[in-house]
Ligand binder design. Sequence first.
Ligand SMILES: C[S@@+](CC[C@H](N)C(=O)[O-])C[C@H]1O[C@@H](n2cnc3c(N)ncnc32)[C@H](O)[C@@H]1O
Length: 275
Amino acid sequence: MLKRALESVLSEKESAEIFSAFDQIGDIIIVRIPDLLLGKKEIIGKTLLEQIKNANTVFYQSSPVEGDFRIRDLEFLAGENKTQTEYKEFGCRFLVDVEKVFFSPRLSTERNRIADLVKDGETVINMFGGIGMFSIMAAKKKKCTVYNIDINPDAAKLCEKNISLNKLAGSIISLHGDATQIINEKLKGKGDRILMLLPERSDEFLDSAISAAKKNGIIHYYSHIHADKKTLAPKLSEKHFLEITPVKSEILYSRMVRAVGPRYYQTVVDARISK
Ligand SMILES: C[S@@+](CC[C@H](N)C(=O)[O-])C[C@H]1O[C@@H](n2cnc3c(N)ncnc32)[C@H](O)[C@@H]1O
């Protein structure tokens, strides 16, 4: 339906590009538009709004995800001009502000994988927790305690709201600030499991993750890696992790999470450390 509607205003090749370049977050659509099609952005916005069930707003993403807060510039295209919405995933509810905080619906498989790995009774330290997506999914499934740290004040505030919305007060603690500083002040040696979802800067924060972990804690180390084929990316990440980790580490698992550019992949390595 949508493909056919786009083909009424764009060529077949152009509509295929747009078709694979938008995300729906609650009732908000965010679309990336190639430079050559920018002249048609209004009609693209109008078509997406008309065709997509439950969509009330369309934004064009005019910058990559960037800066300390990992957020993007958005330009309003169609519908109601608002940036807050509610997103649902695996029975959890999330208030999101698509302009002020990082958010990706494309990590849902990974969030579910981590929630399945967490065991009852664990303490999880989510170093770059954002609005609490991974933390809430884990605490909904397992009786764990999660420290959700984020340096973006809007993310930390939304995390608090999301904890209440999902009735998880007491299980998740939202902490606003720099992960290294917070770990040094109050979380050293506390984590059974450490999540490091800031792939561009994982190496810089690895010492802090190790310091946050218990003696034999597990670290979920996310990174971005160049590889000729996507099947090679997980092994290359394992090799890199083993080269840089300053402590004895056993690789438990690795996978390619998603493609982030041509021959460029986001990967995760699960490692049990010994210190
Ligand atoms: C890629 S996002 C991941 C957010 C969240 N885990 C999710 O999946 O929705 C990285 C997050 O790290 C936060 N961040 C960046 N530098 C940080 C730091 N030094 N300490 C704590 N959080 C930081 C950003 O504000 C951003 O929300």
